[in-house]
Design a protein around this ligand. Structure first.
Ligand SMILES: Cc1cc2nc3c(=O)[nH]c(=O)nc-3n(C[C@H](O)[C@H](O)[C@H](O)COP(=O)(O)OP(=O)(O)OC[C@H]3O[C@@H](n4cnc5c(N)ncnc54)[C@H](O)[C@@H]3O)c2cc1C
Length: 499
C-alpha cells in the first residue's frame, strides 16, 4: 500500500504526494488525530471543530475519487506500525510541515521508524518554504519558481487499497470531549467554503481591500479571509496564487477606469501579502527555537512572567478600559478572526502597555485565531512586541486607532454595548468614561494602565538594550538570517522597518 499521510494539506486537488503516489500503486489515505495536538496549549475547540469539518470535506473529495479517508486517533508511529503489520506499507507520502516542537519531534520519530523498516518517505513542499535553507539571499526568486510550478496531475484516477478493517470514522467535537466557548459564534459557515471566499474576494469584495483592510468592520468584507484555509491546506497556496495572477492579467485587459485602478492597487497589496505568508513561515522553518525564544538574543527574558493572571485575563476577555482594544478582542472571541492591523494593536497593547511576555500573549491569541499558523503567528507576535531587534517599535495608540479605523464608533459600540450612545471623542479619550453621575451609571472598567506613561516606559526599556553596540551586532545577525531581501542595498539600521 502507498500510504498518503494528510497533515495540514486537507484537499485532494493540487496535492503532489497523493497524485505522485497514485503512479506507484494502490493508495491508503490517512489522517491521525494526535493526542499531542488535541492537548497542546495552542489548540482550542474552535480549531478542532474547523479541522473536523475540513476532514469531512476531504472525505467527500476522496470518495468522489473512489477512495476513502481513514481517520485514526493517537500516536502517529503507533498508527503506522499497526497499519504496516496488517497490510504492509510500501512507501509513505506527505507534505513537509513547518509546525511546532511536537510536530518536529513527531516527524523525526516517523523518519526514524520508516528508516528502520526500510520504508521510503517522500515529503513535498507546499508553500515555497525551503527546508535546510542557509542563505536568505535569492529566496524570493526560488519562492516564485516554486509556487508557479505545475501541480502533479494524472489522467487516470488513483487506485485504492480496500482493507476490511477500516479505521474509525471522523469523530464529533463531543466525542473528543470538547465543546465550544459560550462567546464563540455557534456556526462558522463561511469558513467552510474556501473557494467561495477566494472567488468573491477576487471579483467582488476585494476592490476596497487596500483602503479598507486596516479597519476592523470594513476588513471583514474587503479582506479575503482565506487564512484558515491556507492554514489547514483546504485551499492550496499555488491555486490561490494562480487565481490571483489570472485576475491580475484579466484586469489588464479591461479599459482604464478608477474602478480598475482601485482593483489593481488592491491586488498589488494582496500579492505582497501572499509572499509574506511564506516569508514568515520560512523564518520558523529556519529557526524552530523561535517557538520558545525571542529572535534577538538580548531581548530574551525582557518581560517577567506575571505573578497572577489579572492583566492577561482583562485583556483576553476585553475588559481593559480601552474601548478599541476591548471591542477588537470581543469581536475576535466571537468570530475567530480579526484583520491584521487590529491583531497588531492587540499584541502591542498586551506587550507594551501591559508589559506581558510575548509567549503568554502568543499562546492566548493562537487559541482564538481560527487561522493559527505557527510560522506567521509566532514571528508576527515577536515582531509586534519588539523582540526581533530588526523592526521599528510600533506602539499603537488605541485612541488613535479608534478615530482612524472606526470614526463613527459603530464597531466599538457593537462589541462594547456598555458604551452605546457615547460620542466617539469620548470613546477615544482613554479616560474614565464620562464624569460624575454618567460615569457611575456605565458598567465599564477604568483604563487598566495609562497610555503615555506605559509606552514611554516600554520604549525606554527596549532602547536601553537595542542601542548597545553588542545588541546592534545581534540585530545584524538576525537580519542576515531572517530579514526580507527586497531591498538588498539597504541593510537594516535600528528603528528601520523590516519584515
Ligand atoms: C499578532 C499577529 C498574529 C498573526 N497570526 C496569524 C496566524 O496565525 N495565521 C495567519 O494566517 N496569519 C496571521 N497573521 C497575519 C494576518 O493578520 C493574517 O494573515 C490576515 O489577517 C488573515 O486574513 P486574510 O486571509 O483576510 O488576509 P488577506 O489580507 O486577505 O491576505 C491574504 C493572505 O496573505 C497572508 N497574509 C496577510 N497578511 C499577512 C501578514 N502580515 N503576514 C504574513 N502573511 C500574511 C495570509 O496567508 C492571508 O490569508 C497575524 C498577524 C499578527 C499581527
Amino acid at each position: 500500500m502507498e500510504l498518503v499521510w494528510f497533515k495540514r494539506d486537507l484537499r485532494a486537488y493540487d496535492h503532489d504526494p497523493l497524485w505522485t503516489a497514485a503512479r506507484h500503486g494502490p493508495l491508503y489515505g490517512v489522517y491521525v488525530l494526535e493526542d499531542d495536538y488535541l492537548r497542546h496549549p495552542t489548540t482550542s475547540p474552535l480549531h478542532v471543530s474547523f479541522l473536523l469539518s475540513a476532514l469531512s470535506a476531504l472525505q467527500e473529495q476522496l470518495r468522489a475519487l473512489g477512495g476513502e479517508l481513514h481517520v485514526a486517533r493517537g500516536d502517529v508511529v503507533k498508527v503506522f506500525q499497526a497499519l504496516h503489520e496488517r497490510h504492509g506499507i510500501t512507501r509513505l507520502w506527505s507534505h513537509q510541515e513547518t509546525g511546532l516542537g511536537f510536530t518536529y519531534d513527531r516527524d523525526r520519530a516517523v523518519a526514524a521508524w520508516a528508516r528502520e523498516l526500510g520504508i521510503p518517505w517522500r515529503e513535498f513542499r507546499q508553500h515555497g518554504v525551503f527546508r535546510g535553507l542557509r542563505e536568505r539571499d535569492g529566496w524570493a526568486d526560488r519562492w516564485h519558481a516554486e509556487i508557479t510550478a505545475d501541480p502533479t496531475t494524472s489522467l487516470e484516477g488513483p487506485q485504492w487499497c480496500r482493507p476490511d478493517d477500516a479505521l474509525a470514522s471522523i469523530p464529533s467535537l463531543a466525542e473528543l470531549s470538547l465543546s465550544r466557548l459560550p462567546e464563540e459564534r455557534a456556526d462558522h459557515p463561511e469558513w467552510e467554503a474556501g473557494e467561495h471566499l477566494l472567488q468573491t474576494f477576487l471579483t467582488e469584495r476585494g476592490q476596497g481591500y487596500q483602503k479598507g483592510m486596516s479597519a476592523p468592520e470594513e476588513g471583514w468584507v474587503t479582506c479575503s479571509r482565506i487564512s484558515p484555509h491556507l492554514a489547514l491546506g483546504t485551499l492550496s497556496f499555488r491555486h490561490v496564487f494562480r487565481e490571483f495572477m489570472s485576475r491580475k492579467v484579466a484586469l489588464k485587459e479591461e479599459p482604464k477606469s478608477p474602478d480598475r485602478t482601485a482593483w489593481q492597487r488592491s491586488l498589488q497589496s494582496f500579492g505582497k501579502r501572499l509572499r509574506w505568508h511564506c516569508h514568515f513561515i520560512q523564518k520558523l522553518e529556519a529557526e524552530p527555537e523561535l517557538e520558545f525564544h525571542a529572535m534577538h538574543r538580548h531581548l530574551r527574558g525582557l518581560r517577567p512572567m506575571p505573578d497572577d493572571t489579572t492583566r492577561i485575563d482583562a485583556w483576553s476577555t476585553g475588559h481593559t478600559g480601552y474601548p478599541m482594544v476591548d471591542a477588537c478582542m470581543r469581536s475576535l472571541n466571537h468570530n475567530g478572526w480579526l484583520n491584521f492591523r487590529m491583531r497588531a494593536m492587540l499584541v502591542s497593547f498586551a506587550c507594551y502597555h501591559l508589559w506581558l511576555p510575548w509567549q503568554l500573549v502568543s499562546e492566548r491569541l493562537a487559541r482564538k485565531f481560527i487561522d493559527y499558523e505557527p510560522g506567521i503567528h509566532i514571528c508576527q507576535v515577536q515582531m509586534q512586541s519588539g523582540v526581533t531587534g530588526i523592526n521599528a517599535l510600533r506602539m499603537y495608540s488605541p485612541a488613535k486607532q479608534l478615530l482612524d479605523q472606526d470614526p463613527t464608533g459603530s464597531f466599538v459600540q457593537r462589541w462594547v454595548p456598555e458604551l452605546a450612545g457615547l460620542p466617539v471623542e469620548q470613546l477615544a479619550s482613554a479616560l474614565p468614561i464620562g464624569d460624575g453621575a454618567q460615569a457611575s451609571a456605565i458598567d465599564y472598567p477604568a483604563p487598566i494602565v495609562e497610555h503615555v506613561e506605559a509606552t514611554r516606559s516600554a520604549r525606554s526599556k527596549i532602547w536601553s538594550i537595542r542601542s548597545r553596540a553588542d545588541s546592534k551586532l545581534e540585530s545584524q545577525r538576525v537580519y542576515e538570517k531572517h530579514g526580507s531581501r527586497r531591498r538588498p542595498d539597504r541593510a537594516p539600521r535600528d528603528g528601520k522597518r523590516q519584515r
